[in-house]
Design a protein around this ligand. Structure first.
Ligand code: ADP
Ligand code: MG
Length: 408
């Protein structure tokens, strides 16, 4: 008997639930698509393109809708001989300055073997090379800069590119920028002159609600999951969980994919709600672990202080008491404790990471103070602690206390 055997009871095409899959249909974005089309209309009419700034939380369809619409646009303008449209797409996630984006663009446009190195040129030289390549293309060039927020305030390119024609750097080519950002604050930190040009047209994608996510999941499940591969209620459940948390289609799809894996590993014929529940806690744990990898030793100790209080059923717990707990954990692990102020900062970072939540209490004349509690399941938080702190015994004690107090 072979040791590996195919398990294909749940998925029909699992890749359709993956990150690189491009859906054929876009659900629930009619209004946004209409506004987007309106912003792109000058391309069809043969005028100078608008610059477009598109923002919204992660997973709300910014990339999917952009890919879809630009494909449609490319097809539809073919009927007009005087429109010569090229589209350049770039994900800026790993590029953290205008310089790097410009180099990447030059290299996308150049043939293989003619790439330039990503260091060593003055910025203006790279921009010049970019203009040369764009000029070779001619016509209208739409440049999609996805996850543009990662360039931070090193935004010179966003100033230069839209002005290239009026500054005589480009003669034949008309450039339109489409900047996509997960972070609305990015817009505010831009140079005001950049804001004026880049945000000529501004499009916002709001989070999805549960009903919208259900429809997105239904249309994807039809491609990805076998007939009868899930119990009724499963898609609604995934949609409801994601809607409550982030309104992200990515989160909903991740939940469904992971639930399918859980079901397959359990040799179940179809996905059930308890598989979704398991998938949810796995994803949550991954999120905590990801956040925790970034934590310093003291960040972890501050978190462990909250975990320890949670085990005793004493959360939400105010910072002062947490600080005492933290101090005692420091001494058990042979680490020098930081001042209370720094521990506050760590707690507030943990809150930003979504690992803790805080409430502000008023205490009359003495001003306000914060109380913290875990914003993730207790078990996920303890699991994610790992053994990096050399506090195995203490963590075991905390687990024991939690068991006695029925904290899960
Ligand atoms: P963003 O770029 O906003 O972070 P994506 O466009 O990558 O989000 O969407 C995340 C996932 O959800 C992708 O797999 C995408 O195909 C899917 N998706 C998002 N919105 C829709 C939609 N309206 N219809 C169908 N699939 C969608
Ligand atoms: Mg995206």
């Amino acid at each position: 008997m072979p040791r590996f055997e195919r398990k294909r009871n749940v998925f029909r095409n699992k890749d359709a639930l993956g990150e690189s899959y491009r859906p054929e249909r876009i659900e629930e974005r009619d209004e946004e698509i209409e506004a987007y089309m309106d912003a792109l209309q000058p391309v069809v009419d043969g005028w100078e393109p608008n610059n477009i700034f598109l923002y919204g939380n992660t997973g709300v369809g910014k990339t999917a809708v952009t890919d879809y619409l630009l494909d449609v646009l490319k097809d539809d303008v073919e009927q007009y001989d005087d429109v010569d449209l090229s589209v350049i797409r770039l994900n800026c996630k790993t590029l953290n300055s205008s310089y790097q984006v410009a180099v990447e663009m030059v290299n996308t446009l150049r043939p293989e073997g003619a790439e330039i190195s990503s260091t060593g040129y003055p910025q203006q030289t790279v921009f010049k090379k970019l203009y040369e390549e764009l000029e070779v293309l001619g016509g209208t060039v739409l440049i999609v800069l996805d996850e543009i927020d990662s360039i931070g305030d090193r935004d010179e390119l966003l100033y230069e590119l839209p002005r290239a024609q009026s500054n005589d750097y480009l003669e034949e080519t008309r450039v339109g920028l489409i900047g996509i950002s997960n972070d609305f604050k990015f817009r505010e930190q831009l140079d005001p002159r950049v804001q004026d040009t880049l945000c000529e047209r501004e499009l916002q994608f709001p989070p999805y609600d549960a009903q919208e996510l259900t429809n997105i999941l239904e249309s994807r499940a039809a491609v990805a999951i076998s007939d009868d591969g899930y119990e009724s209620g499963v898609l609604n459940f995934c949609a409801a969980l994601a809607a409550r948390d982030s309104g992200s289609a990515r989160q909903a799809l991740d939940l469904l994919r992971l639930a399918g894996e859980v079901a397959e590993n359990a040799d179940a014929d179809r996905i059930r709600e308890d598989h979704v529940e398991r998938a949810r806690s796995k994803l949550e744990q991954e999120r905590v672990e990801e956040g925790m990898r970034e934590l310093t030793v003291h960040g972890r100790l501050a978190l462990l202080a909250v975990i320890s209080k949670a085990a005793k059923g004493e959360t939400p717990c105010r910072t002062k008491k947490l600080y005492h707990e933290y101090e005692s954990l420091c001494s058990s692990s042979g680490t020098d404790a930081l001042a209370q102020r720094s521990v506050h900062n760590h707690l507030s970072d943990l809150r930003m990471l979504g690992i803790l939540s805080a409430e502000e209490n008023r205490s009359g004349s003495r001003g306000n103070y914060y109380s913290y509690e875990l914003d993730v399941p207790f078990t996920s938080a303890v699991e994610a602690m790992g053994d990096a702190l050399h506090l195995d015994e203490e963590i075991e004690v905390i687990r024991e206390i939690a068991r006695r107090n029925d904290v899960a």
